[in-house]
Design a protein around this ligand. Structure first.
Ligand code: FPP
Length: 245
């Protein structure tokens, strides 16, 4: 199926927030007899393509699961390579992201990152802070349960200090204590490589999110695959637990 950005925009109902679990880098590399890191390197190109595709469709927020807390238990060499790739991505893409008006946000336990990766990220956040286009929300050293616990701790501290009435904690206030504060919940979650799992990504936020799973491995994921996922989303009936009429 080939669908163009113009067709998708003309249909209307473009998702405001798209989240992606980028999976399959290792398998992609193995199929080619290459080390896993080779798959991650190619995966970086797919990140670039998705940022462009999201921009073309007028999506407001793109959340990418770049590194999970579980990923810390991978071999040291792979972790180091991923950290380096992140810094490299930032170095090579910073100017273009700024030119495209992209505003980068990041969520996760950043104190676990290497100092080099942390420094590159803070510079990227600073350089893109005035962007008025796509919000690129990177989940790095991130886990959904960790994020929910962090929000609980933050609210509990305020309650203990007498600044917050426990009874006043509603969904809105809770959401404002999460890493996605101020962002709409994802409308569409894409997972590549054919796995039907959410893998601890945005657990609170995906309560009513439509899920699109594709067999395509992340390094092969291109603009057409992004458009196809949105095309699929546009034809879903979203009921949010209510009856249709
Ligand atoms: C999953 O594939 C992918 C990751 C754990 C890392 C994703 C990282 C990138 C795409 C590159 C850098 C990211 C940014 C934002 C610049 P896997 O290794 O779990 O694949 P497998 O399931 O086939 O083993």
């Amino acid at each position: 199926m080939t669908v163009t950005a113009a067709e998708i925009r003309a249909f209307g109902n473009v998702p405001e927030h798209v989240a992606i679990i980028m999976d399959g880098n290792g398998r992609w590399a193995r199929e080619r007899g290459q080390p896993r890191v080779f798959g991650h390197q190619q995966g970086m190109q797919a990140v670039k393509r998705s940022v462009e595709a999201a921009g073309e469709l007028g999506v407001s927020v793109l959340s990418l699961y770049a590194f999970s807390q579980e990923n810390w238990s991978r071999p040291r060499g792979e972790i180091d390579a991923l950290m380096e790739l992140l810094s490299r991505y930032i170095q090579s893409e910073r100017r273009e992201l700024v030119e495209r008006g992209v505003r980068v946000r990041v969520m996760g336990q950043l104190e676990r990152l290497t100092p080099v990766a942390r420094a590159a990220l803070s510079r990227l956040l600073r350089d893109t802070q005035d962007g008025h286009g796509l919000i690129l929300n990177l989940a790095i050293s991130y886990g959904g349960r960790w994020e929910i616990l962090e929000a609980c701790r933050r609210l509990a501290r305020r309650a203990a200090a007498g600044e917050l009435e426990p009874e006043s904690i509603d969904e809105e206030r809770f959401a404002a204590a999460l890493g996605t504060a101020g962002l709409p919940d994802p409308d569409l979650l894409i997972r590549t490589s054919g796995e039907f799992r959410v893998s601890n990504f945005l657990l609170w936020q995906i309560a009513y999110t439509e899920i699109h799973v594709t067999e395509v491995l992340w390094p092969d994921f291109g603009a057409e695959d992004f458009f196809e996922a949105v095309y699929d989303f546009q034809r879903r009936e979203r009921r949010f637990g209510k009856v249709p009429f």
